[in-house]
Design a binder for this molecule. Structure first.
Ligand code: BGP
Length: 494
């Protein structure tokens, strides 16, 4: 019997993001980004995402007043990739990575976002990083904006609500595509474009108290519109400057199951799935889906557009659909469901708990079959190649006496998800370009700002307070993933 393996050329790798991994936050000419003001709240329940991610103008003032504080602002140091990039990329090459997903910190290139000229030191840093990758035959997969808008755009333009930010973004995109046209061919525009609705500050640079008396949902959708236009223009620019380049959108794949077969719960699950699909629909089909327009009409949301916006969005849709998948969730119609249903945490969401699934230490419900369901759904919906750019298990890892780290639980999670991924490709006909494990090297959690929520194949000696040597230690999963890549997945079926 033919041994199962992934298609030839499948892009195995790992994923990071500057705001959580890079560090060097105030070095090399980099300006403040929104994430440099994202304080950790280790005293707040990790499942209370609203509290974890709420940022006010006062919070920003507090952060600005303490540029020396890297304890309460862990994203400022991340895993210090800025000073460890050669070693990190060498270790990725040791695992056999074909692709490395990372983001460029916008404020390292345009420190204030509205600068007339780019910061050469910033451009040179990423030149060195991409050269290291290509030295080992690793393709960079670059996210143009991953929770890193320059803070100045928040303070003086009210973030993506301002139409001018489209121009600042396209200037940034023109700069990085021109500079790296011979080094980077895979690009993503905005990380989890849908997340602006859940954390408008991190994704859109929107601070509610700067919009007094305004309908904040309308503010968010206006900012989202500007990002949709900017994403289409970024796709156009990238294709023009880098022939053969591929540009993807990036979606938080939140997969919901109806809690019961009661039609109300089935409808609820469908509506919840649409609450993220509406953003990828817009970037793939180049127009707002009817149900989002209905939502606008039924909720008095009016989007200001300029004359060419619709034509631009229609003319430059994305080439592939990338997404993050960590867990699945249940949903039930509150009007008919019992009011004592257990809840479960998820990726910046809280949902109804699925009694059939185990959960991670952070309450995210582990569901490898859900990955196959998600891939089939997305491929059937869009008929464009997929790319899984985030998946993994956030867990507490312990360094044993002998200096090793036995993360068999992470191997088990990934093994099951890889099998499911291959089922979707081999049995359901889904086209998937590649897979990059989230946090392939331990980094700062987006939602809780913890280092202790570790995802990596490589451990970083740093705790939730920034204490440590930042030494890198391969975990048991490092050697397992190396074998998976070497055998293109066939070792999973031995
Ligand atoms: C996704 C983000 C990543 C990463 C991931 C894991 O939404 O794109 O940046 O943070 O979630 O979430 P967390 O870091 O909260 O565990």
């Amino acid at each position: 019997m033919k041994k199962r393996s992934f298609p030839k050329g499948f892009l195995w790798g790992g994923a990071t993001a500057a705001n959580q991994f890079e560090g060097g936050w105030n070095e090399g000419g980099k300006g403040w980004s929104v994430s440099d003001c994202a304080r950790s709240h280790l005293d707040i329940d990790v499942k209370d995402y609203k509290a974890q991610n709420a940022v006010t103008s006062a919070d920003i003032e507090e952060a600005l007043a303490h540029p020396e504080d890297e304890v309460n602002y862990p994203k400022r140091h991340g895993s210090d990739f800025y000073h460890h990039y050669k070693e990190d990329i060498r270790m990725m090459a040791e695992m056999g990575f074909k692709v490395f997903r990372m983001s460029i910190a916008w404020s390292r290139i345009f420190p204030n976002g509205d600068d007339a000229v780019p910061n050469e030191e910033g451009l040179a840093f990423y030149d060195r990083v991409f050269d290291e990758c290509l030295k080992y035959g690793i393709e960079p997969l670059v996210t143009m904006s991953h929770y890193e808008p320059p803070l100045n755009l928040v303070l003086n333009y009210r973030g993506w609500y301002s139409r001018e930010v489209i121009g600042f973004f396209t200037r940034y995109v023109e700069t990085i595509c021109t500079r790296y046209k011979d080094k980077v061919k895979y690009w993503l525009t905005f990380n989890e474009v849908d997340s602006m609705i859940r954390h408008p500050y991190t994704t859109g640079g929107l601070v509610e108290d700067r919009f007094p008396g305004m309908n904040f949902e309308e503010v968010i959708f206006q900012a989202m519109h500007h990002q949709f236009v900017a994403s289409a223009l970024a796709t156009k620019i990238c294709h023009e400057i880098i022939p053969g380049s591929m540009v993807g959108c990036m979606l938080t794949k939140l997969t919901y199951y109806p809690y019961t077969c009661r039609p109300e719960d089935v409808l609820m699950a469908q509506q919840m799935m649409r609450s993220t699909y509406c953003y990828s629909d817009t970037q793939v089909f180049g127009e707002y889906p009817a149900y989002l327009l209905s939502h606008f009409a039924n909720n008095g949301i009016h989007i200001r557009k300029e004359q060419d916006d619709d034509a631009i969005m229609k003319a430059y849709p994305v080439d592939f659909v990338s997404f993050s998948y960590y867990h699945s969730s249940c949903s039930a119609d509150p009007k008919t469901a019992p009011d004592d249903l257990d809840t479960a945490a998820g990726n910046t969401i809280t949902a109804v708990k699925n009694p059939y699934l185990p959960a991670s230490d952070w309450g995210w419900q582990i569901d490898p079959i859900g990955l196959r369901i998600s891939m089939v759904d997305l491929y059937d919906r869009y008929r464009k190649p997929l790319f899984i750019v985030e998946n993994g298990l956030g867990a507490v890892d312990q360094v044993k006496e002998d200096g090793t780290i036995d993360d068999q639980y992470r191997i088990d999670y990934l093994d099951a998800h890889f099998r499911s991924m291959l089922d979707a490709m081999e049995l359901d006909g889904v086209e998937c370009l590649g897979y990059t494990s989230w946090g392939c090297i331990d980094l700062v959690s987006e939602s809780t700002k913890q280092m202790s929520k570790r995802y990596g194949y490589i451990y970083v000696d740093c705790d939730d307070y920034g204490n440590g040597t930042y030494k890198r230690i391969p975990k048991k999963s490092f050697y397992w993933y190396k074998k998976v890549i070497e055998t293109n997945g066939s070792c999973l079926f031995e």
